[in-house]
Design a protein around this ligand. Structure first.
Ligand SMILES: NC(=O)c1ccc[n+]([C@@H]2O[C@H](COP(=O)([O-])OP(=O)(O)OC[C@H]3O[C@@H](n4cnc5c(N)ncnc54)[C@H](OP(=O)(O)O)[C@@H]3O)[C@@H](O)[C@H]2O)c1
Length: 327
C-alpha cells in the first residue's frame, strides 16, 4: 500500500444503513454507498473484530480504474443496542441465518432487511420467518475480492437487482433501490427476483463445484474435451432437475450460458475455490446441496451432482462432509 495514492472519501449525508458481513461484497457496497453519500455503519461480530477494525477505522476500496479510496466508516458490534432500520446482509449464504440472529433484537416491525447472497434457500427461509414485507433480495453480477481485511478490490463490473420474494412489495422494493442507488452499482428493481436467483443458482451450481474439484480458474473448465463434457453433463442434469422441481423455473441452454460466463470471467478464481484455498467451507454446500435435496424429495435422479459431491467430500481437506443430509 505504501506507494499507492489514496484519496479520502468524506461525504456525509445521513441515511442510516447497517451492513452485516464486512467481507468482499460488504466492503464494496459499504465503501460505494459511503462514496455516494449514504451513511453506513459496519456491524462486526465481536469486540475483537471491532478492535481490529478500529486500528484503521476505514475501508479501502480499489476501484475498477485502479484508484484506491479510503472510506472512513463507523462500526459497532452486532451486540450493540441501537435499533436497525435498514440492514444490508452480505455474509455468505451459509452464515446468513446465524449472523441475522445476532442482530434480531435490534430489528423492529418497520426494519427492512436486504439479503445479498447467492443461492435461494436461505432467502426463502428468512422471508418466511421474518415476513415477506420486511425481507428483500439483492443479486449482483459485480465481482469483488478482499486484498486484506477491510481492503476490497472491485474486480468486475456488472449490474445488480433488488426485489422481493413476496408479491405486492414493489413500492418498498423501489424505495430501497433508490436508497441503495448511491452505491452506483447499477441497481435496478426486479419484479421477478425469484427467477433471477434460481437462474444464478443454476450457473453457480454448474461452475463453482467443478472449479474446486479441478482447482482451476473459471476459463480452465473449458480447457479440455473431458472437462467440457463433464460440464455439459452437469448442465444437462441441472436443466432436467429444474424441469422436475415444481418450485424451480424452466431453464434452457444452460451450457451455452455457462460457457459465456466462463469465457467472460476466464481469469477469475470462483468464490468457492477462493474459500477452499483459504481452508474455508465456502458456499458450494448451499448451492448444489439444496438441489440434491430437492431432487431426493421429488424422486429425481441426479448422478452428476451426487458424483461431484462425492468427489468433493472425499478430498482430504474437505469441508463438505455431510452437507447433503438433514433435509
Ligand atoms: N465476492 C463476489 O464477487 C460476489 C459476487 C456476487 C455474489 N456474491 C455473494 O455475496 C455473498 C457474500 O460474498 P463475499 O464474497 O463478500 O463473502 P466474504 O468475503 O466471505 O464475506 C462475508 C463476510 O461475512 C462475515 N460474517 C460471517 N458471519 C458473520 C457474523 N455472524 N457476524 C459478522 N460478520 C459475519 C465474514 O466475517 P469472517 O471473515 O470473520 O468470517 C466475512 O467478512 C455470498 O453469498 C456470495 O455468493 C459475492
Amino acid at each position: 500500500m505504501a506507494d499507492e495514492a489514496i484519496r479520502d472519501v468524506t461525504d456525509d449525508r445521513k441515511r442510516g444503513w447497517h451492513l452485516l458481513g464486512a467481507g468482499a461484497m460488504g466492503c464494496l457496497w459499504a465503501a460505494r454507498l459511503k462514496r455516494g453519500g449514504t451513511d453506513v455503519c459496519l456491524l462486526l461480530r465481536n469486540s475483537q473484530a471491532l478492535h481490529a477494525y478500529q486500528q484503521c477505522s476505514h475501508v479501502l476500496l480499489q476501484t475498477i480504474e485502479g484508484e484506491t479510496l479510503r472510506c472512513p466508516l463507523p462500526a459497532e458490534t452486532t451486540a450493540s443496542s441501537g435499533r436497525i432500520d435498514r440492514l444490508l446482509l452480505t455474509t455468505k449464504a451459509i452464515d446468513a441465518e446465524s449472523a441475522l440472529a445476532t442482530v434480531e433484537h435490534r430489528l423492529h416491525d418497520n426494519s427492512r432487511i436486504v439479503l445479498l447472497h447467492n443461492g435461494i434457500e436461505v432467502q426463502q427461509e428468512i422471508t418466511r420467518r421474518l415476513g415477506g414485507h420486511r425481507v428483500f433480495c439483492l443479486s449482483t453480477s459485480h465481482g469483488a475480492w478482499l486484498r486484506a481485511a477491510f481492503d476490497v478490490c472491485h474486480a468486475g463490473v456488472g449490474a445488480s437487482w433488488l426485489g422481493c420474494l413476496q408479491e405486492g412489495q414493489e413500492g418498498m422494493a423501489r424505495q430501497l433501490v433508490d436508497e441503495l442507488d448511491s452505491a452506483g452499482l447499477d441497481l435496478q428493481y426486479d419484479p421477478d427476483i425469484r427467477l433471477r436467483l434460481w437462474q444464478k443458482l443454476a450457473i453457480n451450481c454448474a461452475i463453482n463445484g467443478l472449479t474446486v474439484l479441478h482447482d482451476c480458474r473459471n476459463g480452465e473448465l473449458l480447457a479440455t474435451p473431458e472437462r467440457r463434457q463433464q460440464l455439459q453433463e452437469l448442465c444437462r442434469e441441472i436443466e432436467s432437475l429444474y424441469a422436475g422441481i415444481p418450485e424451480a423455473p424452466a431453464l434452457t441452454a444452460l451450457y451455452e450460458r455457462v460457457r459465456g460466463v466462463l469465457q467472460a470471467t476466464a481469469e477469475n478464481v470462483s468464490s468457492s475455490l477462493q474459500d477452499a484455498r483459504r481452508g474455508r467451507p465456502g458456499e458450494w454446500p448451499v448451492l448444489n446441496g439444496p438441489l440434491i435435496r430437492l431432487a431426493t424429495r421429488y424422486g429425481l435422479p441426479c448422478p452428476e451432482n451426487r458424483a461431484l459431491a462425492d468427489m468433493l467430500e472425499s478430498r482430504p481437506s474437505s469441508h463438505f462432509h455431510g452437507f447433503r443430509h438433514g433435509d
